[in-house]
Design a protein around this ligand. Structure first.
Ligand code: ATR
Length: 284
């Protein structure tokens, strides 16, 4: 626990856009719960100006940052260029979502994969070990998820992407016999226990078109995005008669808890924060 007469350690989440971020609320609740004296704000970085923004925060005595869209890959490169120490899971993801400065060196981590796995296994009771997973998408979010799922012992990871070349590139990069690229038109003929929605369709205003057949075997459907009440993907699953699923709100809280742990060495309880966020979101 922090000493009462110390100035609060300063943290922020950097992104563009950033005003929608729930991270300040989540970390304020973690701080209240654990007694850690921290301040946590938001930083809007220009799209071409992440490095200067992060360097300015560091020079001002900031203790650490979360990094969100669209900067996670750039933050990885920035930390590397600064001679930072980057965790194995951030190297595997090729992206950094957590930076720590108060040890005298730059530390970079990625807590997204751990947050995803924790939410799936602990909150939703999904068994990953030995399971077949269909991953929709092959961008940055999908890459982080793929690494974490393979590390958890899934038996097969089928990756499908609208642009098939990107799915093949991700499979090559993963270099793991359990992963394979599936052509988008073929996804309906795959059986899987878990279907993971990792595209950015919801952010870009696009529509994710998937055949109802992917829901036929009653897989657990997980949408890495979240929205009030339900997401378009979970709604498609429900209309196809598949009611097992969850959105990514729990992942958001779990990755934040992992970041808090990385900074403060203490693991906050996530369930009360998850419940209050869920209630707020559903009331919106
Ligand atoms: P992120 O870091 O959020 O993953 P990204 O790296 O830009 O963002 O990747 C976006 C992913 O969402 C890609 O897999 C993209 O598919 P393409 O590679 O074919 O562009 C996928 N995506 C975005 N909109 C989509 C849509 N409407 N239907 C299907 N896939 C979509």
């Amino acid at each position: 626990m922090s000493l009462p007469n110390q100035a609060p350690a300063r943290y922020a989440v950097v992104g563009n856009p950033i005003s929608h971020s729930r991270s300040p609320l989540i970390h304020a609740e973690f701080a209240a719960q654990t007694g850690e004296r921290i301040e946590y704000g938001t930083l809007l970085a220009p799209l071409d100006g992440l490095g200067a923004c992060v360097a300015g925060f560091l020079a001002d005595g900031g203790a650490g940052l979360n990094v969100t869209l669209p900067f996670k890959e750039q933050a990885f490169e920035w930390a590397r260029a600064r001679g930072g120490v980057i965790t194995a899971r951030a190297i595997a993801a090729g992206a950094v979502n957590t930076l720590r400065f108060d040890t005298g060196e730059v530390l970079g981590d990625n807590t997204d994969g751990a947050g995803l796995v924790r939410d799936l296994q602990q909150r939703h009771g999904v068994v990953l070990q030995g399971s077949r997973v269909l991953l929709l998408g092959a961008g940055g979010a999908a890459r982080g998820a793929a690494q974490a799922l393979l590390a958890c012992g899934v038996a097969a990871l089928l990756i499908a992407n609208r642009s098939p070349g990107r799915a093949r590139a991700l499979v090559d990069e993963l270099a793991d016999q359990r992963s394979s690229a599936i052509e988008w038109p073929d996804i309906g003929s795959q059986s899987a226990q878990l279907v993971l929605q990792a595209t950015s369709a919801a952010f870009t205003g696009g529509v994710l078109e998937v055949p109802a057949a992917i829901f036929a075997g009653q897989p657990f459907c997980y949408d890495m995005t979240y929205a009030p009440r339900s997401t378009a993907f979970l709604e498609q699953a429900r209309q196809a008669g598949c009611h097992r699923g969850a959105d990514g709100l729990g992942m958001l809280v779990e990755q934040a808890a992992e970041s808090f742990m990385f900074w403060r060495g203490i693991r906050p309880q996530t369930e009360p924060v998850y419940r209050s966020l869920r209630a707020q979101l559903d009331a919106a």
